[in-house]
Design a protein around this ligand. Structure first.
Ligand code: GRF
Length: 213
């Protein structure tokens, strides 16, 4: 069983993401549906749309450009924010190994497809939905998973499915999946906050019953 900890969440965003997952998480915390706070949003560029949204909402932000001392700077920022959990939201890089080790089983990501299909390097954003539609899949969805040292390979916390319709374009499919991402991410983070997640090998076990925090 993981420890019960109110989330002090560091959210890593990408250069192009809208910040919709970040704001869904933040909104759920504001409304008391998710226990904890966004301690820090970390981006690599100051003009990233998600970073600007965070700033507008009054969330602490840090811009840390990947460089020789990227890893050390990240660890310092995470320590200073007293972050105990990391959520990736549109962050497309591999996290430095020292960060993965320091936050082992406390880093989650949401992927807009049903892993292990349509994941891995280069499978992000519209590329995912284009591939799903082109393949002729009948269902797609999203996956919240722990983050390890590779792309999209960590243990799966939970998945949600949506139908793929004959009339779908990558855009309509993405629009159907996005609200599921937000809901799944909030649900998974709340499970983490409540200490209801444990790992047996790759299998993520979720304890049922009333929350303990
Ligand atoms: C989402 O589609 C998520 O699945 C992927 O990156 C995208 C980020 O979107 N990992 P947003 O910036 O949260 O709106």
């Amino acid at each position: 069983m993981t420890e019960i900890k109110p989330l002090r969440l560091a959210v890593f965003i990408g250069t192009k993401g809208r910040g919709s997952n970040l704001m869904a998480i933040y909104g759920a915390m504001q409304e008391g549906r998710l226990s904890g706070e966004v301690a820090l949003v970390i981006g690599t560029k100051p003009d990233a749309p998600a970073l600007l949204r965070a700033q507008e909402a009054g969330i602490p932000v840090a811009v840390i450009a990947p460089s020789d001392d990227y890893e050390a700077k990240l660890l310092i920022a995470l320590d200073q924010a007293h972050a105990n959990t990391i959520a990736l939201a549109g962050y497309l890089r591999k996290l430095p190994e020292a960060v993965v080790q320091r936050f082992r089983n406390r880093i989650v990501n949401v992927h807009p497809a049903l892993l292990p299909a349509f994941g891995g390097k280069g499978m992000y954003g519209h590329h995912v939905h284009e591939a799903v539609v082109a393949y002729g899949c009948k269902v797609s969805g999203c996956t919240v998973h722990f983050v390890d040292s590779e792309y999209d390979t960590g243990p799966i916390v939970l998945q949600r499915t949506v139908p793929v319709l004959n009339t779908d374009t990558p855009e309509t499919l993405a629009a159907r999946i996005l609200p599921e991402e937000h809901a799944a991410y909030i649900e998974a983070l709340q499970l983490l906050a409540e200490g209801r997640i444990s790992l047996e090998g790759r299998r993520v076990m979720i304890t049922s019953g009333s929350p303990r925090s």
